[in-house]
Design a protein around this ligand. Structure first.
Ligand code: FAD
Length: 405
Protein backbone atom coordinates (compact mmCIF):
# COMPACT_ATOMS: atom_id res chain seq x y z
CA UNK A 1 0.00 0.00 0.00
CA UNK A 2 1.54 3.36 -0.91
CA UNK A 3 2.15 5.57 2.09
CA UNK A 4 0.08 8.31 0.52
CA UNK A 5 -2.91 5.98 1.05
CA UNK A 6 -2.32 6.30 4.77
CA UNK A 7 -3.73 9.83 4.57
CA UNK A 8 -5.65 11.06 6.39
CA UNK A 9 -3.80 9.80 9.45
CA UNK A 10 -5.83 9.33 12.63
CA UNK A 11 -7.32 12.53 13.98
CA UNK A 12 -6.37 13.60 17.47
CA UNK A 13 -9.52 14.15 19.44
CA UNK A 14 -8.97 16.78 22.15
CA UNK A 15 -10.18 14.69 25.07
CA UNK A 16 -8.46 12.77 27.82
CA UNK A 17 -10.52 9.72 26.86
CA UNK A 18 -8.93 9.79 23.40
CA UNK A 19 -5.47 10.10 24.97
CA UNK A 20 -6.14 7.12 27.21
CA UNK A 21 -7.52 5.07 24.29
CA UNK A 22 -4.32 5.75 22.39
CA UNK A 23 -2.29 4.76 25.43
CA UNK A 24 -4.17 1.45 25.72
CA UNK A 25 -3.41 0.75 22.06
CA UNK A 26 0.39 0.93 22.54
CA UNK A 27 2.13 -2.33 21.57
CA UNK A 28 5.65 -2.19 23.02
CA UNK A 29 7.06 -5.24 21.19
CA UNK A 30 5.80 -4.06 17.80
CA UNK A 31 7.05 -0.56 18.64
CA UNK A 32 10.58 -1.80 19.30
CA UNK A 33 10.59 -3.77 16.05
CA UNK A 34 9.01 -1.29 13.68
CA UNK A 35 9.28 2.24 15.10
CA UNK A 36 11.69 3.46 12.42
CA UNK A 37 9.29 2.61 9.60
CA UNK A 38 6.86 5.29 8.51
CA UNK A 39 4.04 2.77 8.93
CA UNK A 40 5.53 1.32 12.13
CA UNK A 41 3.67 0.87 15.41
CA UNK A 42 4.51 4.26 16.90
CA UNK A 43 2.29 5.52 19.71
CA UNK A 44 1.18 8.92 18.33
CA UNK A 45 0.90 10.03 21.93
CA UNK A 46 2.96 13.19 21.42
CA UNK A 47 0.14 15.77 21.09
CA UNK A 48 -1.32 14.51 24.36
CA UNK A 49 2.04 14.46 26.11
CA UNK A 50 3.09 17.89 24.88
CA UNK A 51 -0.10 19.48 26.14
CA UNK A 52 -0.14 17.61 29.44
CA UNK A 53 -3.31 15.58 28.77
CA UNK A 54 -1.19 12.72 30.10
CA UNK A 55 2.28 12.71 31.62
CA UNK A 56 5.25 10.57 30.65
CA UNK A 57 5.03 8.89 34.07
CA UNK A 58 1.39 8.04 33.57
CA UNK A 59 2.12 6.69 30.08
CA UNK A 60 5.03 4.52 31.17
CA UNK A 61 3.15 3.34 34.28
CA UNK A 62 0.12 2.33 32.24
CA UNK A 63 2.13 0.50 29.58
CA UNK A 64 4.38 -1.17 32.17
CA UNK A 65 1.35 -2.49 34.09
CA UNK A 66 0.20 -4.35 30.97
CA UNK A 67 3.54 -5.26 29.38
CA UNK A 68 6.52 -4.97 31.73
CA UNK A 69 9.19 -2.69 30.29
CA UNK A 70 12.89 -2.55 31.04
CA UNK A 71 14.95 0.66 31.13
CA UNK A 72 16.64 -0.46 27.89
CA UNK A 73 13.32 -0.76 26.03
CA UNK A 74 13.15 1.48 22.96
CA UNK A 75 9.99 3.12 24.24
CA UNK A 76 11.57 4.12 27.56
CA UNK A 77 14.56 5.39 25.63
CA UNK A 78 12.41 7.59 23.38
CA UNK A 79 10.50 9.04 26.31
CA UNK A 80 13.90 9.80 27.84
CA UNK A 81 14.84 11.81 24.72
CA UNK A 82 11.97 14.13 25.51
CA UNK A 83 13.12 14.45 29.11
CA UNK A 84 16.65 15.15 27.85
CA UNK A 85 15.53 18.02 25.61
CA UNK A 86 13.63 19.54 28.51
CA UNK A 87 16.65 19.10 30.78
CA UNK A 88 18.72 21.11 28.28
CA UNK A 89 16.01 23.77 28.03
CA UNK A 90 15.84 24.02 31.82
CA UNK A 91 19.58 24.73 31.96
CA UNK A 92 20.02 26.88 28.87
CA UNK A 93 16.69 28.70 28.67
CA UNK A 94 16.17 30.83 25.58
CA UNK A 95 19.72 30.03 24.37
CA UNK A 96 18.23 26.94 22.70
CA UNK A 97 16.72 29.25 20.07
CA UNK A 98 20.19 30.13 18.72
CA UNK A 99 23.08 27.95 17.50
CA UNK A 100 24.46 26.01 20.47
CA UNK A 101 27.64 25.18 18.55
CA UNK A 102 29.10 26.89 15.49
CA UNK A 103 27.28 25.96 12.31
CA UNK A 104 29.18 24.30 9.43
CA UNK A 105 31.83 26.86 8.45
CA UNK A 106 31.43 28.78 5.23
CA UNK A 107 27.80 27.79 4.63
CA UNK A 108 25.25 30.59 4.30
CA UNK A 109 21.75 29.55 5.29
CA UNK A 110 18.60 31.27 4.01
CA UNK A 111 16.33 32.92 6.58
CA UNK A 112 13.15 31.41 5.06
CA UNK A 113 11.95 28.20 3.41
CA UNK A 114 11.75 28.30 -0.40
CA UNK A 115 8.12 28.34 -1.66
CA UNK A 116 8.39 24.92 -3.37
CA UNK A 117 9.35 23.32 -0.05
CA UNK A 118 6.65 25.13 1.87
CA UNK A 119 4.11 24.04 -0.72
CA UNK A 120 5.29 20.44 -0.94
CA UNK A 121 6.36 20.61 -4.59
CA UNK A 122 10.09 19.94 -4.39
CA UNK A 123 9.82 16.85 -6.57
CA UNK A 124 11.42 14.69 -3.85
CA UNK A 125 8.54 12.30 -3.07
CA UNK A 126 9.29 11.75 0.62
CA UNK A 127 9.60 15.47 1.29
CA UNK A 128 6.44 16.42 -0.58
CA UNK A 129 4.57 13.63 1.19
CA UNK A 130 5.83 14.81 4.59
CA UNK A 131 4.72 18.41 3.97
CA UNK A 132 1.23 17.21 2.95
CA UNK A 133 0.99 14.91 5.96
CA UNK A 134 2.08 17.69 8.31
CA UNK A 135 -0.54 20.07 6.94
CA UNK A 136 -3.28 17.42 6.77
CA UNK A 137 -2.85 15.97 10.26
CA UNK A 138 -0.56 18.11 12.43
CA UNK A 139 1.53 15.00 13.07
CA UNK A 140 4.66 13.52 11.50
CA UNK A 141 6.55 10.31 12.15
CA UNK A 142 9.99 10.93 13.70
CA UNK A 143 11.82 9.72 10.60
CA UNK A 144 9.81 12.04 8.37
CA UNK A 145 10.69 14.97 10.68
CA UNK A 146 14.38 14.07 10.48
CA UNK A 147 14.33 13.74 6.69
CA UNK A 148 12.42 16.97 6.22
CA UNK A 149 14.79 18.87 8.51
CA UNK A 150 17.90 17.39 6.91
CA UNK A 151 16.67 18.15 3.39
CA UNK A 152 15.75 21.73 4.34
CA UNK A 153 19.04 22.52 6.11
CA UNK A 154 21.69 20.55 4.23
CA UNK A 155 20.33 20.42 0.68
CA UNK A 156 18.26 23.60 0.46
CA UNK A 157 20.46 25.56 2.89
CA UNK A 158 17.62 26.90 5.01
CA UNK A 159 18.62 28.04 8.49
CA UNK A 160 17.41 25.45 11.01
CA UNK A 161 15.58 28.14 12.99
CA UNK A 162 13.33 28.99 10.02
CA UNK A 163 12.53 25.31 9.55
CA UNK A 164 11.95 24.74 13.26
CA UNK A 165 9.57 27.70 13.59
CA UNK A 166 7.60 26.53 10.55
CA UNK A 167 7.30 22.92 11.73
CA UNK A 168 6.48 24.00 15.29
CA UNK A 169 3.62 26.11 13.96
CA UNK A 170 1.96 23.15 12.25
CA UNK A 171 2.60 20.33 14.70
CA UNK A 172 -0.11 19.47 17.21
CA UNK A 173 2.71 18.28 19.46
CA UNK A 174 4.94 21.30 18.77
CA UNK A 175 7.29 21.45 21.73
CA UNK A 176 9.95 24.15 21.71
CA UNK A 177 12.56 21.97 23.41
CA UNK A 178 12.05 18.77 21.39
CA UNK A 179 11.50 20.61 18.13
CA UNK A 180 14.14 23.31 18.15
CA UNK A 181 16.81 21.09 19.70
CA UNK A 182 16.03 18.31 17.19
CA UNK A 183 16.44 20.77 14.33
CA UNK A 184 19.75 21.88 15.86
CA UNK A 185 20.77 18.23 16.21
CA UNK A 186 20.05 17.64 12.51
CA UNK A 187 21.86 20.87 11.54
CA UNK A 188 24.95 19.91 13.57
CA UNK A 189 24.73 22.86 15.99
CA UNK A 190 23.69 20.53 18.81
CA UNK A 191 25.67 17.46 17.69
CA UNK A 192 29.07 16.68 16.27
CA UNK A 193 28.04 16.17 12.69
CA UNK A 194 25.19 16.97 10.32
CA UNK A 195 22.42 14.37 10.12
CA UNK A 196 22.17 13.12 6.54
CA UNK A 197 19.90 10.62 4.79
CA UNK A 198 19.64 9.30 1.27
CA UNK A 199 17.25 7.58 -1.12
CA UNK A 200 18.43 4.15 0.06
CA UNK A 201 17.53 5.06 3.65
CA UNK A 202 14.08 6.16 2.50
CA UNK A 203 13.66 2.94 0.49
CA UNK A 204 14.28 0.95 3.67
CA UNK A 205 11.81 2.75 5.93
CA UNK A 206 9.30 4.11 3.41
CA UNK A 207 9.58 1.78 0.40
CA UNK A 208 6.61 3.31 -1.44
CA UNK A 209 8.13 6.78 -1.57
CA UNK A 210 10.70 6.11 -4.26
CA UNK A 211 13.30 8.88 -4.27
CA UNK A 212 15.74 7.36 -6.75
CA UNK A 213 17.04 9.86 -9.27
CA UNK A 214 16.46 12.88 -7.01
CA UNK A 215 19.06 15.04 -5.23
CA UNK A 216 19.01 12.72 -2.19
CA UNK A 217 20.00 9.73 -4.32
CA UNK A 218 23.70 10.00 -3.47
CA UNK A 219 26.20 8.10 -1.35
CA UNK A 220 26.84 9.58 2.11
CA UNK A 221 30.30 11.08 1.39
CA UNK A 222 28.79 13.07 -1.50
CA UNK A 223 25.92 14.24 0.71
CA UNK A 224 28.39 15.23 3.41
CA UNK A 225 30.40 17.30 0.92
CA UNK A 226 27.19 18.92 -0.22
CA UNK A 227 26.18 19.74 3.36
CA UNK A 228 29.52 21.48 3.88
CA UNK A 229 29.43 23.39 0.57
CA UNK A 230 27.84 26.78 0.18
CA UNK A 231 25.59 25.65 -2.63
CA UNK A 232 21.87 24.94 -2.38
CA UNK A 233 20.01 22.39 -4.51
CA UNK A 234 16.84 23.59 -6.16
CA UNK A 235 13.58 21.77 -6.65
CA UNK A 236 13.70 18.73 -8.95
CA UNK A 237 13.05 19.59 -12.61
CA UNK A 238 9.49 19.42 -13.88
CA UNK A 239 6.17 20.68 -12.58
CA UNK A 240 5.09 19.12 -9.28
CA UNK A 241 1.63 19.70 -7.85
CA UNK A 242 1.71 21.71 -4.63
CA UNK A 243 -0.46 22.05 -1.57
CA UNK A 244 -1.66 25.21 0.17
CA UNK A 245 -0.16 25.91 3.56
CA UNK A 246 -2.89 26.11 6.22
CA UNK A 247 -3.39 29.61 7.60
CA UNK A 248 -1.79 30.47 10.92
CA UNK A 249 -3.49 31.98 13.92
CA UNK A 250 -0.96 34.70 14.68
CA UNK A 251 -2.30 36.68 17.60
CA UNK A 252 -4.52 34.65 19.87
CA UNK A 253 -7.37 36.59 21.34
CA UNK A 254 -7.40 38.93 18.38
CA UNK A 255 -7.94 36.47 15.56
CA UNK A 256 -10.02 34.12 17.61
CA UNK A 257 -13.15 34.12 15.45
CA UNK A 258 -16.16 32.59 17.14
CA UNK A 259 -14.09 31.32 20.05
CA UNK A 260 -12.88 34.75 21.09
CA UNK A 261 -16.08 36.17 22.48
CA UNK A 262 -16.85 33.61 25.19
CA UNK A 263 -13.18 33.13 25.98
CA UNK A 264 -12.07 36.76 25.83
CA UNK A 265 -12.73 36.99 29.54
CA UNK A 266 -12.59 40.75 29.81
CA UNK A 267 -15.36 40.34 32.43
CA UNK A 268 -13.62 38.55 35.27
CA UNK A 269 -15.58 37.20 38.19
CA UNK A 270 -14.33 38.42 41.58
CA UNK A 271 -11.49 36.36 42.95
CA UNK A 272 -11.43 37.88 46.47
CA UNK A 273 -10.68 35.21 49.05
CA UNK A 274 -11.00 32.41 46.46
CA UNK A 275 -8.45 29.78 45.51
CA UNK A 276 -7.60 30.31 41.85
CA UNK A 277 -5.77 27.91 39.55
CA UNK A 278 -4.17 29.02 36.30
CA UNK A 279 -4.03 26.45 33.52
CA UNK A 280 -1.83 26.92 30.46
CA UNK A 281 -1.60 24.98 27.18
CA UNK A 282 1.00 22.55 28.59
CA UNK A 283 -0.92 21.64 31.72
CA UNK A 284 -4.16 20.28 30.30
CA UNK A 285 -4.45 17.21 32.55
CA UNK A 286 -7.15 16.89 35.20
CA UNK A 287 -9.03 20.02 36.35
CA UNK A 288 -7.08 21.49 39.28
CA UNK A 289 -8.74 21.57 42.68
CA UNK A 290 -9.64 25.29 43.02
CA UNK A 291 -12.66 27.58 43.37
CA UNK A 292 -11.95 29.24 40.04
CA UNK A 293 -9.91 27.74 37.20
CA UNK A 294 -8.68 30.21 34.59
CA UNK A 295 -7.20 29.10 31.29
CA UNK A 296 -4.31 31.26 30.06
CA UNK A 297 -3.80 31.87 26.37
CA UNK A 298 -1.93 35.20 26.22
CA UNK A 299 -1.33 37.12 23.04
CA UNK A 300 2.35 37.72 23.85
CA UNK A 301 3.41 34.13 23.26
CA UNK A 302 1.17 33.48 20.29
CA UNK A 303 2.25 36.65 18.51
CA UNK A 304 5.81 35.35 18.30
CA UNK A 305 5.03 31.62 17.97
CA UNK A 306 2.18 31.19 15.51
CA UNK A 307 -0.02 28.09 15.74
CA UNK A 308 -2.19 26.38 13.18
CA UNK A 309 -5.94 26.72 13.67
CA UNK A 310 -6.01 22.96 14.28
CA UNK A 311 -3.64 23.19 17.20
CA UNK A 312 -5.41 26.16 18.71
CA UNK A 313 -8.62 24.14 18.57
CA UNK A 314 -6.88 21.10 20.10
CA UNK A 315 -5.76 23.21 23.04
CA UNK A 316 -8.77 25.45 23.55
CA UNK A 317 -11.30 22.59 23.43
CA UNK A 318 -9.56 20.83 26.28
CA UNK A 319 -9.05 24.12 28.13
CA UNK A 320 -12.77 24.83 27.95
CA UNK A 321 -13.49 21.40 29.41
CA UNK A 322 -11.40 21.96 32.53
CA UNK A 323 -11.57 25.74 33.06
CA UNK A 324 -14.32 28.09 34.20
CA UNK A 325 -13.10 30.74 31.78
CA UNK A 326 -10.27 31.35 29.35
CA UNK A 327 -8.30 34.57 29.25
CA UNK A 328 -6.95 35.20 25.75
CA UNK A 329 -6.04 38.87 26.16
CA UNK A 330 -2.78 40.31 27.48
CA UNK A 331 -1.71 38.42 30.59
CA UNK A 332 -1.19 41.69 32.48
CA UNK A 333 -4.94 42.30 32.41
CA UNK A 334 -5.31 39.39 34.77
CA UNK A 335 -2.90 40.88 37.27
CA UNK A 336 -5.30 43.14 39.14
CA UNK A 337 -7.93 40.39 39.31
CA UNK A 338 -5.51 37.93 40.84
CA UNK A 339 -4.36 40.39 43.51
CA UNK A 340 -7.28 39.59 45.82
CA UNK A 341 -7.20 35.80 45.43
CA UNK A 342 -6.50 33.72 48.54
CA UNK A 343 -4.03 31.63 46.53
CA UNK A 344 -3.03 31.30 42.90
CA UNK A 345 -1.78 27.88 41.88
CA UNK A 346 -0.16 26.89 38.56
CA UNK A 347 2.27 24.48 37.03
CA UNK A 348 5.59 26.08 36.04
CA UNK A 349 6.59 26.18 32.38
CA UNK A 350 9.56 27.49 30.41
CA UNK A 351 7.42 28.76 27.58
CA UNK A 352 8.28 32.39 26.90
CA UNK A 353 5.30 34.69 27.47
CA UNK A 354 3.91 32.31 30.12
CA UNK A 355 6.96 31.66 32.30
CA UNK A 356 7.43 35.15 33.72
CA UNK A 357 3.74 35.79 34.20
CA UNK A 358 3.34 32.59 36.21
CA UNK A 359 6.46 33.28 38.25
CA UNK A 360 5.13 36.75 39.08
CA UNK A 361 1.54 35.80 39.85
CA UNK A 362 1.32 32.23 41.12
CA UNK A 363 1.69 31.91 44.86
CA UNK A 364 1.88 28.12 44.53
CA UNK A 365 4.02 27.30 41.51
CA UNK A 366 4.58 23.55 41.19
CA UNK A 367 7.04 21.83 38.87
CA UNK A 368 5.56 19.53 36.26
CA UNK A 369 5.79 15.93 37.49
CA UNK A 370 8.98 14.46 36.08
CA UNK A 371 9.28 10.73 35.56
CA UNK A 372 13.01 10.53 34.92
CA UNK A 373 15.51 11.76 37.50
CA UNK A 374 16.94 15.20 36.82
CA UNK A 375 20.76 15.29 36.65
CA UNK A 376 22.06 18.23 38.68
CA UNK A 377 24.56 19.26 36.02
CA UNK A 378 23.82 20.01 32.41
CA UNK A 379 24.31 16.98 30.15
CA UNK A 380 25.03 18.26 26.65
CA UNK A 381 24.40 14.96 24.88
CA UNK A 382 21.76 12.28 25.22
CA UNK A 383 24.39 9.64 25.96
CA UNK A 384 25.64 11.69 28.94
CA UNK A 385 22.09 12.22 30.11
CA UNK A 386 21.34 8.52 29.84
CA UNK A 387 24.57 7.64 31.62
CA UNK A 388 23.58 9.95 34.48
CA UNK A 389 20.04 8.66 34.88
CA UNK A 390 20.24 4.96 34.05
CA UNK A 391 21.69 3.83 37.43
CA UNK A 392 18.50 5.17 39.05
CA UNK A 393 16.37 3.08 36.71
CA UNK A 394 18.13 -0.23 37.38
CA UNK A 395 15.28 -1.67 39.45
CA UNK A 396 12.77 -0.47 36.91
CA UNK A 397 9.71 -2.10 38.41
CA UNK A 398 10.27 -0.39 41.76
CA UNK A 399 11.17 2.88 40.02
CA UNK A 400 7.95 2.85 38.00
CA UNK A 401 5.90 2.17 41.12
CA UNK A 402 7.42 5.18 42.85
CA UNK A 403 7.38 7.63 39.94
CA UNK A 404 4.57 6.70 37.56
CA UNK A 405 1.97 9.45 38.01
C1 FAD B 1 13.05 17.80 13.39
C2 FAD B 1 12.30 17.19 14.54
C3 FAD B 1 11.32 17.93 15.18
C4 FAD B 1 10.64 17.39 16.29
N1 FAD B 1 9.68 18.14 16.92
C5 FAD B 1 9.02 17.64 17.99
C6 FAD B 1 8.04 18.41 18.67
O1 FAD B 1 7.78 19.56 18.35
N2 FAD B 1 7.38 17.82 19.72
C7 FAD B 1 7.65 16.55 20.12
O2 FAD B 1 7.01 16.05 21.06
N3 FAD B 1 8.60 15.81 19.50
C8 FAD B 1 9.29 16.31 18.45
N4 FAD B 1 10.23 15.55 17.82
C9 FAD B 1 10.56 14.22 18.36
C10 FAD B 1 9.76 13.05 17.76
O3 FAD B 1 9.79 13.11 16.37
C11 FAD B 1 8.31 13.03 18.22
O4 FAD B 1 8.23 13.12 19.63
C12 FAD B 1 7.62 11.73 17.82
O5 FAD B 1 7.74 11.50 16.45
C13 FAD B 1 6.16 11.81 18.23
O6 FAD B 1 5.43 10.72 17.73
P1 FAD B 1 4.95 9.53 18.66
O7 FAD B 1 4.20 10.05 19.81
O8 FAD B 1 4.24 8.55 17.76
O9 FAD B 1 6.34 8.98 19.15
P2 FAD B 1 6.78 7.56 19.70
O10 FAD B 1 7.89 7.09 18.84
O11 FAD B 1 5.62 6.68 19.85
O12 FAD B 1 7.43 7.91 21.11
C14 FAD B 1 6.68 8.01 22.32
C15 FAD B 1 6.93 9.37 22.94
O13 FAD B 1 8.31 9.55 23.23
C16 FAD B 1 8.70 10.89 22.97
N5 FAD B 1 9.68 10.89 21.88
C17 FAD B 1 9.83 9.93 20.93
N6 FAD B 1 10.87 10.21 20.13
C18 FAD B 1 11.37 11.38 20.57
C19 FAD B 1 12.45 12.19 20.15
N7 FAD B 1 13.25 11.86 19.14
N8 FAD B 1 12.68 13.33 20.80
C20 FAD B 1 11.89 13.72 21.86
N9 FAD B 1 10.86 12.96 22.32
C21 FAD B 1 10.60 11.82 21.67
C22 FAD B 1 7.44 11.66 22.58
O14 FAD B 1 6.89 12.24 23.74
C23 FAD B 1 6.56 10.54 22.05
O15 FAD B 1 5.19 10.85 22.15
C24 FAD B 1 10.94 16.07 16.72
C25 FAD B 1 11.92 15.34 16.06
C26 FAD B 1 12.58 15.89 14.97
C27 FAD B 1 13.63 15.07 14.28
Amino acid sequence: MPHTDLLPAPAFEPTRAAALARLRAVRPAAYARTRNHLDGAVTRLSPYITHGYISIGEAIGDIHARTPLTPGHKLVFEFAWRAFFHHVWQHLGDAIFSDLRPALPGVRYAPALPPDLREGRTGVPVIDWAVRELYATGYLHNHARMWLASYAVHLRKVHWRAGADWMFAHLLDGDLASNHLSWQWVAGTFSHKPYLFNAENVARYAPDLDCRGTCIDQPYPALDSHARADHACGAEPGPHPGVEEPAMEVAAGVAGGAAAAPDGATEMPPTGGRRVALVHPWSLGARPDADLVIGLFPAAFHASHAWSARRRQFVLTRMRAICDLIHTGPAERLSHVLRDAAAVGAQATHYPGYRTFLEDHATLLTSPIAFFPEPARLCTSFSRFWHAISPHLADFDAYVHRHAQ
